[in-house]
Design a protein around this ligand. Structure first.
Ligand code: BTN
Length: 262
């Protein structure tokens, strides 16, 4: 069986989840996040999923690109319509990170991914997954959110400029992985996290707590916050999921920007 992320293959395994009914698959597309945002603006339902074998303009945070070679990674965007104020949306990125973490561990418990706030999953200190959450919102109310997840699965090498910072599940374990299996585990896990967020008032706290547990850098790491121009030691996440950093001048909250160990 070719390991393609086809709706007919995925849908039966996603039955009963939010993500089983509206799966869109592209062999080649600019960016699944852009496709999802466009579809959202014309009324696509919550739970729509956009998957590509290859992206020609995969987007990362800020002005970064996402290396999206054909049929070796998972390039996935999920459309959500949560009743949240925009200031609470960060928790969805954290939930997606947890979903990726669980999906990898479900398939091979020997692999221990490390979450890096707010949107990276690392293995052996290198990036195996990046998450780009984008939204359309009024000041007090979100209209829709697109959670874009890129997972490096079966790459056997990366372009020279990424070699020092990127890895894949295959490079980390020495074996080929089924992208279908990873994608199903990911969307099932994201479904669990998202449902519990909608249904359970304590879910955001649980997401924050579990994110901290699975992150070696969310507490006790000396960091520099590049755009903020300050440095200090990480002290976990606040109630909305923003990173707290104790500096010589007191506690600071990181609202955006790149956080680097120093
Ligand atoms: C980052 O680490 O900066 C975030 C990378 C996010 C990449 C994914 S791949 C699927 C989706 N479509 C995109 O264009 N970007 C996200």
């Amino acid at each position: 069986m070719p390991d393609l992320l086809l709706p007919d293959v995925l849908a039966p395994q996603l039955q009963g989840t939010l993500f089983g009914k509206h799966i869109h698959h592209y062999y080649k597309i600019g960016s699944t996040n852009t496709a999802a945002l466009e579809a959202a603006s014309t009324g696509a339902p919550e739970g729509s999923v956009f998957l590509a074998e290859q992206q020609t303009a995969g987007r990362g945070r800020g002005a970064n690109q996402w290396h999206s070679a054909r049929s070796v990674g998972i390039y996935c965007s999920a459309l959500l319509r949560p009743a949240l104020p925009p200031s609470d949306v960060l928790v969805l990125t954290l939930a997606a990170g947890l979903a990726v973490h669980s999906a990898i561990q479900e398939i091979d418990a020997r692999v221990v991914p490390d979450l890096k706030w707010p949107n990276d999953v690392l293995i052996d200190g290198k990036k195996v997954c990046g998450i780009l959450t984008e939204m359309h919102a009024e000041v007090t109310r979100v209209r829709y959110v697109v959670v874009g997840i890129g997972i490096n699965v079966n790459q056997s090498s990366f372009p020279a400029d990424l070699q020092a910072i990127a890895t894949s599940l295959r490079l980390a374990t020495g074996t080929e992985w089924s992208r279908v299996e990873v994608c199903v585990a990911l969307l099932r896990s994201l479904d669990r996290e998202y449902r519990s967020l909608l249904e359970n008032p304590d879910a955001a706290d649980s997401i924050r707590g579990r994110f901290e547990e699975r992150s070696s850098s969310a507490r006790g790491q000396r960091v520099v916050v590049e755009d903020g121009g300050f440095e200090g030691v990480t002290e976990g996440l606040d109630s909305r999921g923003f990173l707290q950093v104790r500096t010589a001048q007191g506690m600071r909250t990181v609202l955006s920007g790149v956080v680097r160990p120093c």
